[in-house]
Design a protein around this ligand. Sequence first.
Ligand code: RIB
Ligand code: CA
Length: 417
Amino acid sequence: MDKTELMKDVLKVTGIAPIIAYAEPEQAVPAAKALVAGGLPVVEVLMRNEHAMGNLERIARDVPEIVAGAGTIITLDQAKAAIDHGAQFIIMPGIGRQVVEYCIDKKIPVILDGDPGHDDAIAWVLARASRELGILAVTSCCGNQTIEKTTYNALRVCTLIGLHAPVGKGCPHPLLNDVMNAPSVHGESGLDGPALPEPAFEASALSAPELMAKVLRESPEPVTIVATGPQTNVAALLLAHPELKCKIARISLMGGGIATGNWTPAAEFNILVDPEAARIVFTSGVPITMAGLDVTEKALIMPEDFERVRALGNPVSDIVAQWLEFFYKFHRSIGYAGAPMHDPCAVMALIHPEIFTIRPMYVQIETEGEYCRGTTVGDLLGFSGHAPNADVLMDVDRGRFADLLVEAIKFYGEAEA
Ligand code: RIB
Ligand code: CA
């Protein structure tokens, strides 16, 4: 494999853009320039070694896009430990290949929090099939249906997709709001449509926030939370365990919309159900990827795509095709050309950010107002003077999105699924 392509693979999977330092100084700078020219982001380089120090100084001098520093990583085990803690560094030829391979096999640790819900379920199908993600836990939240129903659905979906991760039952109602469900969209069960297997295991004895806290405490590295329902559990975690905020790498959430709402003219369902929770999340300082309606209503899976999924002919694909058809039924009645993949956007943004248009933005959550409670107010023009607090997805390559989703579902027909 071409070295630059290999490095891009490492970057995509781990967020780490390694630089392979050469014993011959004259090669270090061209290699570093190739990385920058190849569109890899600024890389902070941490390394101390008699070979690399000279290269480090040359790179710092001749490749200004790269911030060069000095740290100490010499052995393979030290390199692996450094990667587990998010280090980015030069890789010496002696251990380069093994470390790069370790990077490629490395997964982004995630917790899936949602209110299945057809699009939550499809998001979890995608996450489980993605080699880039390591799912540490699943937590249910109250949204599309009651917490009892979404927890039962979470256990059934995990059983269906062979996801043997602990499942934590979430908060039974929003922080302040009354319970608000969406049977018109997802049915009385919250996941109407195809028959699903009964749960093969019970929910954890720990509540969702406490299971999240346990996973964060025990993880050697920060964990990404994929929140595809009202953010009640995430807010409860942040309130009860502020000391663990540093162990949350990012919150990739489906919620809000800069341009519009879908449950009121101003507010999207997930935010409207629990605006106070969303405000706690958006003011937490934790990095946020926001998959709002601006992008999710463009991430349409069309009826012809349903047939591509069904044609895969594996134990999961037929159920996903039926979920798509059920979800589309409601949306077709209000004029959609396809099924909007709201929640899968929050997963796809982690594994294929390149297919999205992403805009850093300062986003505030309206918790008052007769007409605007639950609105995500995006500072598009920078009036507020505040630094961005969210990476907002604004557009997507729909065709690529659909292709990647169909491709991912093939996973369930392969031996190791
Ligand atoms: O507005 C769309 C969101 O509300 C999705 O997460 C869907 O599952 C529902 O929860
Ligand atoms: Ca959802």
